[in-house]
Write a protein that binds this ligand. Structure first.
Ligand SMILES: Nc1nc2c(ncn2[C@@H]2O[C@H](COP(=O)(O)OP(=O)(O)OP(=O)(O)O)[C@@H](O)[C@H]2O)c(=O)[nH]1
Length: 351
């Protein structure tokens, strides 16, 4: 069930930073992925389709099968309910926060939502590289927003010199702590950083799609690939829950996403643990092993500036080394803090 949950990504950033531009880029490069869009704060709608639709609280279809609606914060749950109906067949939902909104509020609301079909997909903060210094001076809240982000996009890279860009990036990285920081022009980030792309039937990954032909293929998105790395690994030996938690608690800056299944062996023979981490957000979802399924740990780690070989080594050290290496009773405690309870959020939340 958990693997079917729809990630809800909150997209924030100061007025004019390039949120709508980034969103439009995602919509254009979505191909087979169906994106639901919510625009928080209606006076601030920049999407053309919305302007055309023009109705408060309406849901409109965008060209590529995406849905778009405008919400007021109090309506968030109501619209999540609409967008997560099976007939909407959405793969991801993006909420664009108004440039003035407190993104933490939206994140809290998403986390507090009782909608079981969603999972929090991270807070993405867009920063205007050219205006960063001035914005920070005028709006000290900027630092606070960066501190809670999971991914920061330093946008408008084309508007500053290489030195300025480096300096903004360094400052942002200092404020953003563990969040991954990537640079972009015109919001062209690789959609894979935000959600799993669905490859439509009949299309081979990497092949030109109709959208490529219509909009031109997005070279800059290809370049964005260079700035982050994906590490996939499979282990047939179960992992030690305590060592796994030690690894996750100290996961390196820039390791933005972790997803996959974990086999904890004798510590919980009945269940596999789906892991979902976005930035500093971490959850485990135990579910019974499907009958006949091979007991494997399968993980994908995505980040910028990460040391792939180092990560592989650290994860290999989490594997049980033999029959003597069995977790004691308390071995699972650290991990269980990140398992959501049915009625409440796990103890260890950030917000
Ligand atoms: N040169 C340059 N211009 C950009 C870039 N990204 C966005 N813009 C322009 O910056 C302006 C603001 O972009 P938007 O995407 O509307 O910004 P926003 O954050 O959605 O703005 P609000 O909705 O007002 O909060 C637009 O004129 C964009 O075309 C970029 O990387 N480089």
């Amino acid at each position: 069930m958990t693997t079917q949950q729809i990630p809800v990504v909150v997209l924030a950033g100061f007025l004019g930073a390039g949120k709508t531009t980034l969103l439009n880029h995602l919509l254009r490069s979505a191909r087979g992925t169906r994106i639901g869009v919510m625009v928080n704060d209606f006076g601030d709608i920049g999407i053309d389709a919305m302007t055309v639709a023009g109705q408060v609280g309406s849901t409109v279809s965008l060209g590529n099968g995406c849905l778009c609606c405008a919400v007021d914060a109090s309506e968030l749950d109501e619209y999540l309910e609409v967008l997560t109906r099976p007939e909407s067949r959405l793969d991801v939902i993006v909420i664009e926060a108004s440039g003035l909104a407190e993104p933490q509020e939206l994140v809290r609301m998403v986390l507090a939502s009782e909608n079981e079909r969603i999972v929090y997909g991270g807070l993405v903060e867009v920063v205007d590289a050219a205006e960063f210094g001035a914005t920070r001076q005028r709006h000290p809240g900027t630092d606070r927003h960066l501190a809670v982000a999971d991914l920061v996009v330093v946008n408008k890279a084309d508007r500053v010199s290489a030195d300025e860009l480096r300096s903004v990036r360094e400052t942002v990285a200092g404020l953003a702590g563990r969040a991954a920081v990537i640079e972009a022009s015109h919001g062209r980030v690789d959609p894979e950083l935000l959600f799993d792309r669905v490859v439509p039937d009949g299309e081979i990954e990497g092949q030109m799609s109709i959208e490529d032909v219509l909009y031109g293929s997005d070279d800059a998105a290809e370049h964005a690939h260079a700035s982050y790395e994906t590490v996939s690994l499979t282990a047939s030996t179960p992992l030690h829950p305590r060592r796994l938690m030690a690894f996750l608690d100290s996961r390196p800056e820039g390791l933005y996403r972790i997803k996959g299944f974990i086999d904890l062996g004798a510590a919980d023979p009945a269940n596999r643990y789906t892991v979902h981490a976005v930035g500093r957000f971490l959850r485990f979802y135990p579910e019974p092993w499907p009958a006949g399924e091979e007991r494997l740990t399968q993980l994908v780690l995505i980040g910028s500036g990460i040391d792939a070989a180092g990560l592989r080594k650290e994860l290999a050290a989490c594997e049980l080394s033999g029959p003597q290496d069995v977790p004691d009773e308390s071995g699972m405690w650290g991990l269980l803090r990140y398992v959501p309870q049915t009625e409440e959020e796990p103890e260890e939340t950030l917000f």
